[in-house]
Write a protein that binds this ligand. Structure first.
Ligand SMILES: NC(=O)c1ccc[n+]([C@@H]2O[C@H](COP(=O)([O-])OP(=O)(O)OC[C@H]3O[C@@H](n4cnc5c(N)ncnc54)[C@H](OP(=O)(O)O)[C@@H]3O)[C@@H](O)[C@H]2O)c1
Length: 241
C-alpha cells in the first residue's frame, strides 16, 4: 500500500498539531480541521503548499465533514490514514452536569469521530486498505471522578475500535487506539497543578506524558508492516497500572 494522505482531526493545536507536524515530516500529505484556525495552520500551509490542507469547521457539521473527506480524496487520489484526535473535555460531577454539556461531549467525542470514520472508510475500501488510529484516554479504562461522560466517550471509542477492527480486518483496514495519560494542554488546563502533581507522583516513570511520547506508537500503528488491529495502547508512564 502506498501511504498518501492522512486525515488528522483537531490538528490546530495540542496533541493534534504535534501529530500533524510528525506525519508531514514522514512525507505524507496531511489534512486537518478544527473550529478555529491558528497561526500554526497558516505557517504549515505556507511551508507545505502541496501537502497540507486545513479547513475550519465544527465536527458537528456532518455535511462539512463529508465534503472535506471528499475533497481530500479527490486532491490526493486516496486516503491512507485517519487519526481521530479532536475531542473536548468537561469536568463536572454528574449530578450537576447540564444536559446540553452531556450532549455536546457525546456529539464531539463519539458521534463525530464515528461519522468521520464512516466517510473515510468508504474511500479506504475503494483504495484497498488503510490505517485508523483513535486517540482515546486512560479515562476509558480507569475511573476519574468528574470525568464520567468524557470517560464514557473514550471507552466508547475503544469499543468502536475493537468491533470496527473485526469488520474491516479482511479488507486491509486496521483500526487501533492510543490511550494517553494526562499531558499539559488546553484540555487538561482545568486540572489544578496539585492534581497533575499527584498524577506525576503516582507515575512509575515519575513524569507526566508529553505529546511526543505517543509518536513511536503512532508510527507503528500508521506505518509499520505489522499485524496489529483492534488494540488499545496505553501511553501513560505506567500511571494506570
Ligand atoms: N490533554 C490530556 O491530558 C489528554 C489525555 C488523554 C487523552 N487526550 C486526548 O487527546 C486528544 C487531543 O487532546 P488535546 O489535549 O491536544 O486537546 P486540545 O488542545 O483541546 O485540542 C483539541 C483539538 O480538537 C479541536 N476540536 C475540538 N472540538 C472540535 C469540534 N467540535 N470540531 C472540530 N474540531 C474540534 C480543537 O480545535 P477548536 O477548539 O478550534 O475546534 C483542537 O484542534 C483528545 O482526543 C483528548 O481526548 C488528552
Amino acid at each position: 500500500m502506498n501511504p498518501n494522505a492522512v486525515i488528522i482531526s483537531g490538528g490546530s493545536r495540542g496533541l493534534g498539531l504535534v501529530l500533524v507536524k510528525h506525519v508531514l515530516a514522514r512525507g505524507c500529505a496531511v489534512a486537518t480541521f478544527a473550529r478555529s484556525a491558528t497561526p500554526d495552520m497558516a505557517a504549515l500551509a505556507k511551508e507545505f503548499p502541496d501537502r497540507f490542507l486545513f479547513e475550519p469547521f465544527d465536527s458537528a457539521n456532518t455535511a462539512a465533514m463529508d465534503t472535506f473527506v471528499g475533497k481530500v480524496f479527490a486532491k490526493w487520489g486516496g486516503i491512507y490514514g485517519l487519526v481521530n484526535n479532536a475531542a473536548i473535555g468537561q469536568d463536572h460531577l454528574l449530578a450537576n452536569m447540564p444536559v446540553e454539556v452531556i450532549g455536546q461531549l457525546l456529539d464531539v467525542n463519539l458521534k463525530a469521530p464515528i461519522l468521520l470514520t464512516r466517510a473515510v472508510v468508504r474511500r479506504m475500501l475503494l483504495g484497498g486498505g488503510g490505517r485508523i488510529v483513535n486517540i482515546t484516554s486512560i479515562c476509558g479504562q480507569r475511573g476519574y471522578a468528574a470525568l464520567t461522560v468524557y470517560s464514557a466517550t473514550k471507552g466508547g471509542m475503544d469499543a468502536f475500535t475493537r468491533s470496527l477492527a473485526r469488520e474491516l480486518g479482511g479488507r486491509g483496514i486496521w483500526v487501533n487506539s492510543i490511550a494517553p495519560g494526562f499531558f499539559p494542554s488546553a484540555m487538561s488546563s482545568s486540572l489544578a497543578a496539585r492534581q497533575l502533581d499527584t498524577i506525576r507522583r503516582r507515575t512509575p516513570t515519575e513524569r507526566l506524558c508529553k505529546e511526543e511520547d505517543l509518536l513511536p506508537v503512532l508510527d507503528t500503528l500508521l506505518f509499520a508492516e505489522s499485524n496489529i488491529t483492534g488494540m488499545t495502547y496505553v501511553v501513560d508512564g505506567g500511571s494506570s497500572i
